[in-house]
Design a protein around this ligand. Structure first.
Ligand SMILES: N[C@@H](CCC(=O)N[C@@H](CS)C(=O)NCC(=O)O)C(=O)O
Length: 405
């Protein structure tokens, strides 16, 4: 089973404190150095002025030293300012095994958010490297730059020729489709794919709601005909009708994950006040909230969040016709999923597809909670879940990426 991020121990807390102190020390040192250099420039400039009369050589040396120290000082100042503004406050970096050129992925997330787990499962399966920025769910200060205020957000910093670009992809299903399209055909760059997944915002009362109409669609280019149900080129050795059925099935079950499975989670995880509190204690450790929240915020989020989610769980239960004991609805959804998987190891056949990754992400989000333990101890979904873990954490999807490049 995937090990959740470890409980932060004394050692890691001391290490973090030490890191923070040494970062501040570095910044202070840089500012001191900067001041010292400015002084040197002034002193040197003055002595240079004096030395004009004593010789051309010393004058040239003086000017060179002044210019060099100004350049060095400016560099230090820029570095210090960058460190202070901390543009991408990375919580951790995940190593990848595929080459994506001069592109860097940064995932803004909540560790236990099912939508974020879906995206992480997809990134890990394909073996992409990415940085994680854990967002403070109270202040959301890490996503202040974004008009879209939910997580996950995937930011891609890259280079195309001589110019640099930054792309922002929102919405888990949209992000998964972008990654799926990129894996399918890496000759279509992410800058182009970005234009295929537009987002539309709409005001609903005081709320701004975003819609990504193409979120379940993989961009196959010319591979399928316009209706998407027949291969465009039947002589292509990869093309056959069952493949197109698979495409439709994948789309259907990805949508099912968002519309059905997702809604069974909160009524189960926050079923009773004590289950809710236990879940929040677990999420606090898993998300390393001690790093991203102040002590007060951490306490506030755990206790107030647990109570709020208990009531929200009840609302979701009512709104989505979840059964009296929400476990039954969760098991029903997993029955339905296992029926769709059938006798193959995965819905995608011998390899997981994007629907497998989405369902895995949704279930993984509450691993460590009582609801997850109950599900795994009684339901046959466990064997599929373990197969998925094996595939994801050994980055089996990276083989597809290498094949298509
Ligand atoms: N449709 C979105 C839903 C994302 C979502 O609801 N994220 C929640 C966290 S689980 C969030 O950011 N909530 C913060 C908020 O709504 O302000 C997706 O698939 O990414």
């Amino acid at each position: 089973m995937a090990a959740p991020l470890g409980r932060p121990n004394m050692f890691s807390q001391v290490t973090n404190l030490h890191r923070t102190i040494s970062q501040s020390r570095d910044i202070c040192q840089n500012i001191c150095r900067f001041n010292r250099l400015i002084k040197n420039v002034q002193v040197h400039g003055y002595s240079t002025f004096r030395s004009v009369s004593t010789g051309r050589k010393r004058w040239v040396t003086g000017v060179c030293a002044a210019v060099a120290s100004s350049v060095f000082a400016t560099g230090l100042a820029v570095r210090s300012v960058k460190a202070l503004t901390n543009e991408r406050p990375v919580s951790r970096s995940v190593k990848g095994i595929v080459d994506i050129g001069e592109q860097k992925f940064t995932l803004y997330q909540f560790q236990s958010c099912p939508y974020c787990c879906k995206v992480r499962a997809t990134l890990d399966y394909f073996g992409f490297a990415y940085d994680v920025v854990e967002v403070n769910s109270v202040t959301k200060k890490q996503i202040k730059f974004s008009e879209y205020k939910k997580v996950p957000i995937l930011v891609v910093d890259g280079k195309s020729g001589d110019s640099e670009f930054t792309l922002q992809f929102n919405d888990s299903s949209s992000i998964v489709s972008v990654l799926g399209s990129y894996v399918f055909d890496q000759t279509t760059p992410l800058t182009k794919l970005h234009t295929y997944y537009p987002g539309y915002k709409e005001k609903k009362g005081r709320k701004t709601v975003w819609d990504y109409p193409n979120k379940y669609f993989i961009m196959y280019g010319e591979f399928y005909d316009k209706k998407g149900d027949k291969p465009r080129n039947v002589s292509d050795k990869n093309a056959n009708n069952s493949l197109t059925d698979d495409v439709r099935d994948e789309r259907k079950w990805r949508k099912w994950t968002d519309d059905i499975l997702m809604h069974t989670i909160s009524p189960n995880v926050y079923r009773t006040p004590s289950e809710s509190l236990e879940a929040f204690h677990h999420f606090s450790e898993w998300g390393e909230w001690d790093k991203n929240f102040s002590k007060f915020q951490q306490f506030f989020v755990v206790y107030v969040g647990a109570l709020a989610m208990f009531f929200i769980g009840k609302l979701v239960k009512k709104r989505h016709n979840i059964k009296e004991d929400p476990r039954e609805s969760l098991y029903d959804a997993c029955d339905e999923w296992m029926e769709a998987v059938g006798t193959s190891p995965f819905l995608g056949g011998d390899q997981p597809n994007l629907a497998d990754l989405s369902v895995y992400g949704a279930l993984h989000s509450f691993e460590g909670c009582l609801a997850f333990n109950d599900l795994m101890s009684t339901h046959k979904v466990k064997a599929w879940y373990q197969r998925m873990e094996q595939q994801i954490y050994s980055h089996q999807g990276a083989l597809l990426l290498k094949k298509s490049s």
